[in-house]
Design a protein around this ligand. Sequence first.
Ligand SMILES: NC(=O)c1ccc[n+]([C@@H]2O[C@H](COP(=O)([O-])OP(=O)(O)OC[C@H]3O[C@@H](n4cnc5c(N)ncnc54)[C@H](O)[C@@H]3O)[C@@H](O)[C@H]2O)c1
Length: 290
Amino acid sequence: MPPSIDMLTAEAAPAVDVPATAEPAARPLPAMPQAFAQFSLEGKVAVVTGGAQGLGFAMAESLCSAGLKAIAILDLRPDVGEAACASLTKVHGTPAQFFAVDVTAYDAVARIMDDIVAKFGSIDILLNSAGVVENIPAEDYSYERFKRVIDINLNGSFVCAQLAGKKMIEAGTGGSIILVGSMSGSIVNWPQPQIAYNASKAGVIHMMKTFAAEWARFGIRCNSISPGYMHTGLLSSFEPALVQSWFDKTPMKRMGEPKELQGVAVWLASGASSFCTGSDIVVDGGYTAL
Ligand SMILES: NC(=O)c1ccc[n+]([C@@H]2O[C@H](COP(=O)([O-])OP(=O)(O)OC[C@H]3O[C@@H](n4cnc5c(N)ncnc54)[C@H](O)[C@@H]3O)[C@@H](O)[C@H]2O)c1
């Protein structure tokens, strides 16, 4: 079991000799250590695309648990998206609104960003998790399908980052943009063929660095999280033998769980990462170390 904050503070407390007959001294509650206070998202409004399920939902949960003022989830799927928002409000007390939209629909996303600012007052954090993967050999990939994957993963990330960033620029209060890349943006997954996905994620990571360079002057930080193989619906359709081959190539010999991205999402969204921009944080059980 990982140590709780209580266990950590108890360990740090100096030993004191207490006479056997004395009443236990009332011990003042420790203030939240400064290191943890930096992770607070109190007063911030977040937009999470692809947040209806999977990694996006897990990261949305962690942002809410860090004290968000409100959250908006943008996703294609109202069936799971509405339930996701209800759960965020019930479990974390965070006002949450679902917007059914395709992230490539520029004008619709622009209207939604207007609605979010009108309703919640600002957009301080954008986390782009909407994405798709498919496995087709390069020689058989139709141009239409190739363009569709690039459109959702790369162009959709541009649409949402540009439109949320414009709101941050207008407000003049800065912000944090987090794109979800993938280790596929820096290595070629093997043996499954996924040329469009790999190219889209390499594009996402390089686009992130470009946003970081151009928008530092507005106080907007832009970083990406690049997961390795994670245990979500996106991967449920793969053959067990293929999945085993991924474990064999991963030093930690397993997939990641969605909750294992929660800490890094809060870190990047919050002031705890205030000097971090243009960085791609790889969370892959060591896969890309080999
Ligand atoms: N699962 C993994 O192993 C893994 C590894 C590396 C990177 N990623 C990336 O993480 C992100 C989330 O993946 P996941 O595993 O949670 O997948 P998922 O399929 O569980 O969730 C993706 C969500 O994006 C939504 N979506 C898809 N296309 C959309 C569109 N055009 N407009 C709006 N919403 C759309 C889906 O409805 C879904 O709710 C993706 O960008 C994916 O490429 C996943």
